[in-house]
Write a protein that binds this ligand. Sequence first.
Ligand code: NAD
Length: 497
Amino acid sequence: MNGSTAATPVEPCDFTVFGGTGDLALRKLLPALYLRDRDGQLPDGFRIVGVSRAEADDEGYRVMVEAALVEHVPSDELDATVVRRLLGRLHHVTLDVEDVADWHRLHERLKDGAASDDVIRVFYLAVAPALFGPICDHLDQFGLATERSRVVLEKPVGTDLATARAVNEAVGRVFDESHIFRIDHYLGKESVQNLLVTRFANTFLEPLWNSHWVDHVQITVSESLGVGERGSYYDRSGALRDMVQNHLLQLLCLVAMEPPTYVDRETVRDEKLKVLQALRPMTPDLVDRDTVAGQYAAGLCDGAAAPSYADEVGHTSDTETFVAIKTEVQNWRWAGVPFYLRTGKRMSERLSEIVVVFKEPPHPMFPHSEGTSEANRLHIRVQPDEGMRLHMTAKEPGPGGIRLRPVSLDLSYATAFGQRSPDAYERLLMDVVRGNTTLFMRRDEVEAAWTWVAPILERWSEPTHRPRRYPAGTHGPFAANTLLERDGRSWQETGIE
Ligand code: NAD
């Protein structure tokens, strides 16, 4: 049983993927489209056009995509009939997007047959951001950017505020903001969406969700893998740009945002923007005090010897593969509550988790008790094994006095709902076709995030700044522990164990 869910079909669409033979397309986008097709969500007339520099015709592209599906879709989800149906939707256009002479090929493909300008066109830009502007200009020039067209921008949208603005300007000259989908796949994860539902469709949490009752918040996104094949990209980026500016700040926004009047595309994004604007601005002194950059040295990861970052990229480098930051949301609700963010590669485990740590009870009511009592904590597990766990203190059963013991209330998505959690891309790609921008980053959000990150980038670019080394397979540099220990706190290393 594959746990498929019935899904309302979307409208017919021409779904064009620039970079259609690339890693992202073959590993994530096409498997996601396959699974939506398998669940009955792609109607007849839904075409997928891969655009790349590869010299492949439709047939050659289908062979390539079929191999990718076999590799990247779990075998119990693969259905030969659906694979054939999906392959039948595929076309390939060989095109160097920078060469205007090639563009007539895409124009002919999208304007052929029954296709009219009334069809929804999605242009997914799974290529380097430097190509976003030229692609949009050519889409405009060839009359392919219509009222019903949408463009999807993969990260990174810029490498700093100035380049992000330049990308946004270039794309914005052709597409209205309501037709621009800046993807952050974290926002498509079930547990992340459930965070909004948990906060706003229940009553018990909201009265506690503030500085009166919350001691601090931790957000960890750790990976056990190194940079692998992405070394040349990563070495120019680093963890701050690659993870903090987008994924971690987006998670922080969802934890900290005020309840909108109702959950809708602009209301949620308005509230997230207010959080970004309320983050305590970083100064050089605060960067020195409240941030830690690290880089992995050789070590043991997942039970095997792991090389250092320098060995993986082939040269010495000051690029950070680990970041820890303490910040604060300076508003009425959160004043004085630290938010600790942490992300890194080659850490002890792959884990994305938000932990809301509540304050200790105001008065010790069981002075003669034995055992241990801990502050309440809500763990929201984003990956793997999506779920939630509320840690509380209970009385251990038995006669003769009171013995306190930490216990937990668990919600595992897999167990509670008994079905596969769709991959974030499945949800997000269908939202693009439907024109629903709620789970995508608006221009002002992206630029506010870069504005906040800018002083850290600047301080870290000074020659005296060096990331601290940490052995692969650990929790990061020691200084990241000190960041919390000096506040009398510690990282929650084992969330949902
Ligand atoms: P890739 O190198 O595997 O593939 C690049 C694709 O773009 C290929 O299909 C190539 O033919 C095409 N391409 C490159 N230049 C072109 C041109 N001038 N004209 C037409 N086609 C051209 O790259 P990737 O890993 O798929 O990543 C693509 C983009 O998405 C990058 O900007 C990357 O940072 C971003 N991204 C990738 C991932 C991932 O998991 N791979 C995740 C997030 C973001």
